[in-house]
Ligand binder design. Structure first.
Ligand SMILES: NC(=O)c1ccc[n+]([C@@H]2O[C@H](COP(=O)([O-])OP(=O)(O)OC[C@H]3O[C@@H](n4cnc5c(N)ncnc54)[C@H](O)[C@@H]3O)[C@@H](O)[C@H]2O)c1
Length: 709
């Protein structure tokens, strides 16, 4: 039989089955058509198995074996029964694969995730290519799902319970080296030899276990030991997720209850759990983030007439906290950057920053020591502009002062090529105004990284009147290439993220002034799912820096952006946060919190007011939603999706809520406006006055996500 999506050939009694055939997409997914063909092929193998000595599965693609089940299929599921039925369909195909009597070998090259890994687990042997891009894993938990095609059933059998739980509950991927070590892959070969070596594995092989692995698996075979493993895993999950995420707990329930079950009844409970989770609000929110992230991977903004520049070499002005991080990012991306500062001591600090980021990668086995040395040495440190003509992209990260920045740009422009793109990492100054200092403003924009650069995924690309679309597109492409998430925003006070973050800090200050205890405020935000409470966050940013940025935003936005006196009182006493080891909290020399700072507590009003957690959350998150609505109204960004993406990747807004404005839509605009009106009357009319834009949307019975510019 001829197939369209999967190639099928028999040669010397071996069936060769190739995924990603006749398909222009770079990634192969298990969509309806592919799954249908796979079912037919496996049936054909059953019919022909007497004449075959084995079946080898491989990929025609350069970078992908099977990227997973088609998420569109999952997103389209409306009921639990739909979900369970979908999982059962996949399970039945993989069961038939597992039941083949002949040797089956999956030759993994490129990305092999989710359903792809579950498919491979149903084969008797897995081989992996030694290519850097070859990875396997079950990332379903990241979408709020349980692997539904038998992954939770087969993975423990392949690699033992403790390792399987680690992979399934974290959703992390493994490369070939780790895959081999775990026993997931029987062997690793260069990509070109994978298929040819597969018949060598037709006999199957025992995985050689290390002594400690044997002990571990022996222990895991014991019923009581399994109970303990599950208990530990549950504790680990609760610690990691603070109990916010239901999928890992559900996975544990299914796997633990399934310990004594046979295949049929185990898989029935896996399918049922998949059905339940896939239509849950939490999974839908996480799927929504997945789709937003996919959408961002391609520039969809305004196109220019000219050629879009590509950045091969970089330069960074300023070697401070941010400059060191940006130089590291450039070096990681083979841009052999030049880092310029005013003193050798400052350059030393920048280099230290970069080297500590690289060493982190070495410790995590993501990079060899030789690679570290090569990349770290690729950063040229200087006090002058030598060699700046080579740079295609320059990022300025000097002190936050408009006059200094203007002066620096006017000077730097004399030393770079005319076609170089110049950017500023300013976190609060007007990019529009800064552009007036440049002779070629069309090749200038804001490029706002978040601190610390190596951890924070978001980069705001800030536009102004004169910037050329090619410049924006080039920066967008570069940010993507550097594996960060770009969002294009119009210039305005605090741009996108800091503007919406402002009420988070400000309202916490006002609540403290009203006599609400700091612990109650911090806990309310943490229990909402925020990664840090507002006081802890202010300590991290620097209370003095926070105060300065708050002032700039206040000047730009007016009374609704006013702040309390709290930051000022702490700054006056030299309590600046983590950098001075003292802020709202105390810190040890490694920057770890050691306790609440009594000195700061003595400055703050006595905590006399008891406020419910819900009220504190409303007092803090309502003004954030309100500000986000003005961000849309002012055209800083044009869609609710961009706001949500910015906050999730910029400040860690809880992903399980799907984003600030998606959360707002779920609550209902009418309800939010009613709550804002109440606080406007009882607390402050400026800070809680619902925006005209939000009222208009509500009167038209629209949601934020239905707003289109
Ligand atoms: N720190 C943050 O959390 C953060 C986050 C995002 C953006 N930013 C922005 O990044 C920029 C830098 O911030 P930072 O925290 O790295 O500051 P920093 O004080 O740590 O470093 C600034 C560096 O610039 C150097 N410098 C000053 N004038 C210079 C000149 N003319 N030429 C070359 N170097 C010069 C200083 O010597 C210093 O090493 C600021 O605009 C800031 O607003 C900071």
């Amino acid at each position: 039989m001829a197939y369209k999506r999967i190639s099928f050939e028999v040669e010397n009694k071996i069936a060769y089955i190739g995924f990603g055939y006749n398909c222009d997409k770079s990634m192969t997914t298990l969509d309806e058509e592919t799954l249908g063909e796979l079912r037919d092929i496996i049936e054909e193998l059953h019919t022909k198995q007497k004449e075959l000595s084995g079946a080898i599965f491989f990929t025609h693609k350069d970078r992908c074996f099977i990227a997973g089940a088609d998420i569109n299929l999952i997103a389209a599921m409306k009921t639990e029964a739909d979900g369970a039925y979908g999982a059962e369909q996949g399970q039945s195909i993989f069961n038939r694969l597992e039941d083949l009597k002949i040797p089956t070998v999956a030759c993994i090259h490129g990305v092999c995730l989710g359903g792809g890994t579950e498919f491979s687990l149903a084969c008797k042997t897995i081989l992996m290519s030694d290519d850097k891009g070859t990875i396997m894993g079950l990332p379903e938990v990241k979408l709020g799902l349980i692997p539904g095609f038998g992954g939770t059933y087969r993975m423990p059998k392949k690699i033992g319970l403790p390792n399987a739980l680690d992979l399934i509950l974290s959703g992390k991927t493994v490369n070939a080296r780790k895959g081999k070590r775990l026993g997931l892959a029987a062997a690793v070969y260069p990509k070109e030899r994978l298929k040819a070596m597969a018949p060598e594995h037709f006999k199957g092989e025992e995985k050689k276990q290390s002594f400690s692995e044997s002990l571990g698996n022996l222990a895991a075979d014991n019923f009581l030991a399994k109970k303990i493993i599950f208990q530990k895993a549950r504790e680990g999950v609760l610690k990691m997720t603070k109990g916010f995420y239901q999928a890992p707990l559900k996975i544990l329930d299914v796997m633990e209850a399934g310990m004594m079950k046979g295949r049929t009844s185990y898989l029935a409970s896996e399918a049922e759990a998949f059905g339940e989770l896939c239509v849950s609000e939490q999974s839908k929110n996480l799927q929504h983030i997945f789709f937003m992230t996919e959408k961002v991977k391609k520039y969809s903004g305004k196109k220019g007439e000219g050629k879009v520049p590509r950045f091969e070499r970089g330069a960074c002005l300023g070697a401070g906290t941010m400059g060191g991080g940006i130089a590291w990012l450039m070096a990681s991306n083979n841009m052999a950057p030049i880092m310029k500062d005013l003193t050798p001591a400052a350059l030393e600090l920048g280099l230290k920053q970069s080297s500590s980021n690289f060493m982190g990668a070495v410790k995590r086995n993501k990079m060899t020591f030789e690679e570290f040395e090569k990349k770290q040495r690729s950063i040229a440190c200087q006090l002058d502009y030598r060699g700046f003509k080579k740079a295609d992209l320059l990022v300025e990260a000097v002190v936050e002062n408009m006059d200094i920045k203007k002066k620096v740009f006017a000077e730097a422009e004399n030393y770079v090529r005319e076609d170089a793109v110049l950017t500023s990492n300013t976190s609060s100054l007007s990019v529009q105004e800064m552009s007036t200092a440049l002779q070629r403003p069309e090749r200038f924009a804001g490029l706002h990284f978040f601190n610390p650069v190596h951890k924070m995924p978001l980069v705001e690309i800030i536009t102004h009147d004169k910037v050329a679309p090619e410049t924006v597109e080039a920066l967008y492409n570069w940010v993507l290439k550097a594996k960060k998430t770009p969002v294009v925003v119009k210039d305005g006070p605090g741009f996108l993220v800091n503007r919406i973050l402002m009420p988070y800090m400000n309202e916490a200050g006002f609540l403290l002034e009203e006599g609400v205890a700091m612990k109650d405020i911090e806990d309310a935000c943490l229990n909402f799912g925020m990664p840090m409470g507002p006081c802890r966050l202010l300590d991290e940013v620097g209370i003095d820096v926070g105060e300065k940025v708050a002032k700039i935003i206040y000047v730009g936005l007016g009374e609704r952006a006013k702040s309390s006196n709290v930051s000022h009182m702490l700054v006056e006493k030299g309590l600046l946060g983590r950098k001075t080891d003292k802020g709202f909290y105390l810190y040890d020399e490694k920057g770890k919190v050691t306790g609440v700072n009594d000195e700061a507590m003595a400055i703050l009003p006595k905590p006399t007011k008891k406020m419910s957690e819900t009220e504190i959350q409303m007092r803090i998150f309502l003004p954030m939603i309100n500000e986000a609505s003005t961000v849309l109204a002012d055209g800083i960004v044009t869609t609710a999706e961009e706001v949500d993406l910015g906050l999730i990747f910029g400040i860690g807004f809880p992903p399980f809520r799907g984003g600030l404005l998606r959360y707002a839509d779920t609550e209902g605009l009418d309800n939010l406006i009613a709550a804002l009106d109440k606080f406007a009357a009882s607390v402050d009319k400026d800070r809680y006055g619902a925006s005209e834009f939000m009222r208009k949307l509500a009167s038209e019975k629209k949601k934020f996500y239905e707003f289109n510019v």
